[in-house]
Ligand binder design. Structure first.
Ligand code: NAD
Length: 249
């Protein structure tokens, strides 16, 4: 376990699912955790459960992202770790997809990542320290999935953004990396239905879905001081799903 004592950590989309798993692991490593989420009721309850703090965030709004970081600095004076995790994944076939579907996906998943990382860098640069971990996905960067073209584009886009941003702040003591979850059992995934979950389980070499804490542990490593020499990289956490399995396995 890495020691995050005295570290101020902000987790977006931290009210539930993977974000809550990340918040839980960071808190158990000693960080002061701030959950930022659009869902005020669940966000407050999760923050209380983890002995952390809650702030409102609509990640698709530039103003909301900037206000969030200002509020963190006002209350905690610094920001050491940003886990930019918020994301949505409603399914939609390409033939029926409207511009609105496309824009909603990108406003939250991709533009939201840009807004949050930019706002965090404004305070991390003067500190000469920061750890940013973006939650991407295997869908898009490594695999494709019918019904998720807009999602796949947003998740691949996050990685292009992450690599270039990592280079822009490589001399500032700031690292930017991404975790790429496979199928992690969250409310968002459960919404895809039982058939989908069974199909996915059968396709994963471990024959099990991941847990939010599995992603939390990976994020905790990338958020630690010890990961100082890792930047612009991706860490796949998927039970081996993207490995081609031999027929005898
Ligand atoms: P989830 O739906 O369970 O949780 C998402 C959280 O984001 C919720 O708390 C929700 O209130 C919040 N949120 C939604 N819109 C927001 C907005 N505009 N502003 C602020 N907060 C908002 O999702 P999850 O499964 O935990 O996924 C989290 C991240 O992990 C996403 O980026 C997703 O793409 C990625 N991911 C998930 C899986 C998986 O299998 N669950 C796999 C790969 C990648």
């Amino acid at each position: 376990m890495f020691d995050l004592t005295d570290q101020i950590a902000l987790v977006t989309g931290g009210a539930k699912g993977i974000g809550k798993g990340i918040a839980r692991v960071l808190a158990s490593a000693g960080a002061t955790v701030i959950i930022a989420d659009i869902d005020e009721a669940v966000g407050k309850a999760s923050a209380e459960e983890l002995n952390g703090h809650y702030f409102y965030l609509d990640v698709s709004s530039h103003k909301s992202c900037k206000q969030l970081v200002s509020a963190v600095i006002r209350d905690f004076e610094r920001l050491d770790i940003l886990c930019s995790n918020t994301g949505i994944f409603p399914q939609c076939d390409l033939v029926t997809m409207t511009e609105q579907h496309w824009d909603e996906m990108h406003d939250i998943n991709l533009k939201g990542t840009f807004f949050m990382v930019q706002a965090a860098l404004e305070v991390m640069r003067p500190q000469s320290y920061g750890r940013i971990v973006i939650t991407s996905s295997i869908t898009g960067p490594v695999t494709g999935f019918p019904g998720w073209t807009h999602y796949a584009a947003s998740k691949a886009g996050q990685l292009g953004f992450m690599r270039s941003a990592a280079l822009e702040c490589a001399r500032d003591g700031i690292t930017i990396n991404a975790v790429m979850p496979g199928n992690i059992l969250t409310e968002g995934l459960q919404a895809q239905g039982e058939d989908y979950l069974e199909q996915m389980k059968a396709a994963i070499p471990t024959r099990s879905l991941g847990t939010p804490d599995d992603i939390g542990h990976a994020a905790c490593f990338l958020a630690s001081k010890e990961a100082r020499y890792i930047t612009g990289q991706t860490l796949i956490v998927d039970g081996g799903q993207v490995l081609p399995e031999s027929p005898e396995a």
